[in-house]
Design a protein around this ligand. Structure first.
Ligand code: ATP
Ligand code: ZN
Length: 213
């Protein structure tokens, strides 16, 4: 039997909501998903792979997975050739620029020649180019919010949801460069049979979303 292969985050902020969405769609996967690499649904032609979120666009582009649930921030940063098919309504956050809370920030031009720490160099460079600002991007993989406090950067570009992490680190949010939520992405080429399974899944997801509005 043909199975549609779905990649979701193994653990982290998107994991529980991804599993919950499948459940709300009436799709049963085994309970103890956290320690597994993959699981097969018992009542729908679906196989679920558990991966690091950053790896999901690549796997979907390559067709190792047919579809994935992942944040728009990760999708657009990756520049992979995948299709955003449906927004999923969870994992909402924004990619923002922040500076020290006492730094004046009259407009985006004040970032000229500044050093900005981020894990999102692609999206940040695009924003800077659009605004004709030359700044130095300092790529770091985590704990971006401490960079200004330790003299590593003048500003940061990082994911924000409530803003409490920025506040705790003495930072103020000055620009939103992307609003993001999790999305269903699809591989560039999908067989007709798999597309029909995906259409059934999409119909269920849309029904779940409508019931929440
Ligand atoms: P992995 O181990 O899978 O690489 P991670 O540490 O990169 O996980 P998480 O912190 O679990 O990622 O975040 C996953 C996604 O959750 C983010 O890419 C983003 O789309 C979303 N998200 C929602 N709110 C936030 C937030 N406040 N901070 C970070 N990510 C958020
Ligand atoms: Zn990640």
């Amino acid at each position: 039997m043909m199975l549609l292969k779905l990649a979701i985050q193994k653990s982290g902020r998107l994991h529980d909501d991804s599993v919950k969405l499948l459940k709300e769609c009436g799709i049963e996967i085994s309970n103890n998903v956290k320690n597994q690499l993959k699981a097969t649904a018992s009542n729908f032609p679906l196989e679920v792979f558990f991966l690091r979120d950053d790896d999901i666009p690549q796997y979907v582009e390559d067709g190792v997975a047919d579809i994935g649930f992942v944040g728009e921030n990760v999708i657009y940063e990756s520049k992979k050739n995948v299709t955003v098919t449906e927004l999923l309504g969870f994992g909402k956050c924004r990619l923002s620029i922040a500076v020290g809370k006492n730094e004046p920030y009259p407009n985006v031009q004040c970032l000229e020649s500044k050093k900005i720490a981020t894990s999102y160099p692609v999206l940040l460079q695009k924003f800077l180019d659009e605004n004709k600002v030359n700044a130095e991007i300092h790529e770091i993989s985590g704990s971006v919010e401490i960079a200004p406090g330790i003299g590593l950067a003048d500003a940061i570009c990082d994911l924000v949801s409530s803003g409490s992490t920025l506040f705790m680190n003495g930072l103020q949010e000055t620009e939103v460069i992307l609003k993001s939520e999790s999305a269903l992405i699809k591989t560039p080429t999908l067989s007709g049979e798999k597309q029909r399974i995906l259409d059934k899944l999409l119909f269920r997801i849309q029904t779940v979303k409508k019931a929440k509005n």
